[in-house]
Design a protein around this ligand. Structure first.
Ligand code: CP3
Length: 357
């Protein structure tokens, strides 16, 4: 089989005959093949074991037909190296047993060394590149400083972020120190992933949609900006021929897309809360766009799913740089067959639209 470079060409804003598709959280619980492995191993154990991580990363490529692979891991794996005691509790999700709430707590945090602390991720990437040689490109990823900080301060996923915001407003110096530690850690982590062979990287700011624009501008944007600029510069050095495209996904933040664009990167990820027609108007043509069908569209009948796919593709038209994705992660009860149908529909209709028929 010939290497499918659609995704890489789209990410570099080059011309494409068909729109590439991948799905956030594509390596996961909606697949019975994932669940079969997960039954025998803990989630973090799978992240720490390159052989298992490679196996589940390959599943959506081989069985669902996505146009890119994403390494199987988690944004929180940088925590142990920094001194944060991470655990995944079934039915609850990630828990940090020693959350940071004060300057004294923050001063005790170290930086995660990408090789000493997360060398298994680099190993996973190296093996994946080998496995993917004649298939599709590989995406690396990290959490954004804000989303990581929110877990470190709250100690678990929340909806309100009261501890996090109390720290941000109450002790801006401590907040700056915490965000600097995550910024440095994420820069080193993503640069090491590029060195190991990641061909595109995505920064997930999953919970930034809970922050008001005024706070985003002051307490989040400068740090995201630093990560995206440093990683982009590193990619340009390592891959002089085209660089390593950087995707910035700020979930729930489409009401402040002006600020999100100021953060930089090459491709702006949009969730499903914004109509693609508006996204195309609001996002500067120098950026590619990733998104943005409602993840729950995979529960719709085929005809309704097709209508939603076509609406998005027609809104984008022939604009370069579109990567089709769900507006957020695939739900764990989704039917893989529906995902295959969605991918087929994106390919068929985008080929027609991009050919101008
Ligand atoms: O996209 C992919 O397929 C790659 C794998 C991936 C996972 N997590 C695997 C995973 C990626 C990119 C992530 C990133 C991640 N992790 C994010 C950002 C992405 C997003 O959705 O915005 C966040 C916020 C996390 C933290 C995290 N990890 C949460 C909130 C959960 C869910 C907890 C739950 O049980 O519902 C996880 C666990 C997780 N990460 C699973 C997978 C496959 C499920 C774990 C299991 O098998 O039990």
């Amino acid at each position: 089989m010939a290497f499918n470079d659609l995704f890489l060409r789209a990410a570099r804003l080059e011309s494409i005959e068909r729109t590439p598709v991948w799905m956030m959280r594509q390596a996961g619980r909606y697949m019975s093949e994932y669940r079969a492995i997960r039954e025998k191993h803990g989630f973090l154990e799978m992240c720490y074991n390159p052989e298992l991580a490679v196996e589940v990363s390959m599943q959506p490529v081989d069985l669902v037909g996505v146009d890119a692979a994403i390494m199987f891991s988690d944004i929180l794996v940088v925590f142990p190296g920094m001194g944060l005691d991470l655990e995944f509790k079934s039915g609850v999700g990630p828990i940090i047993n020693n959350p940071v709430r004060t300057m004294a707590d923050i001063q005790k945090l170290g930086l995660s060394d990408p090789i000493d602390d997360t060398g298994y991720v680099m190993e996973t990437i190296k093996i994946l590149r080998h496995e993917l040689e004649n298939k599709v490109p590989l995406i690396g990823f990290a959490g954004a400083p804000f989303t990581l900080a929110s877990y470190a301060v709250e100690g678990r996923g929340t909806r309100d972020y009261e501890n996090c915001k109390a720290l941000m407003w109450g002790d801006p110096v401590a907040w700056d120190s915490l965000m600097n530690k995550f910024t440095e850690t994420v820069i080193a982590y993503l640069c090491a992933q590029i060195d190991a062979g990641a061909q595109v990287v995505q920064m997930f700011d999953s919970w930034v949609g809970y922050v008001a624009p005024r706070d985003y501008e002051r307490f989040v944007l400068p740090y995201s900006q630093r990560v995206l600029a440093a990683v982009k510069a590193h990619g340009d050095k390592v891959v002089p021929d085209g660089g390593v495209p950087v995707i910035h996904f700020a979930n729930g933040a489409t009401s402040m897309l002006d600020l999100v664009q100021k953060a930089g990167g090459d491709i702006v990820g949009v969730d499903w809360r914004l109509d693609m027609k508006k996204a195309v108007e609001l996002i500067d043509p120098k950026f590619g766009i990733q998104g943005n069908i409602d993840p729950v569209a995979l529960f719709a009948p085929d005809a309704a799913l097709e209508e939603m796919v076509v609406e998005i593709l027609e809104a984008v038209g022939t604009r370069p740089g579109h990567i089709f994705n769900l507006g957020h992660g695939i739900h764990k009860t989704s039917d893989p067959e529906k995902a295959r149908t969605m991918i087929r529909l994106v390919h068929e209709h985008s080929e027609r639209i991009r050919a101008g028929v």
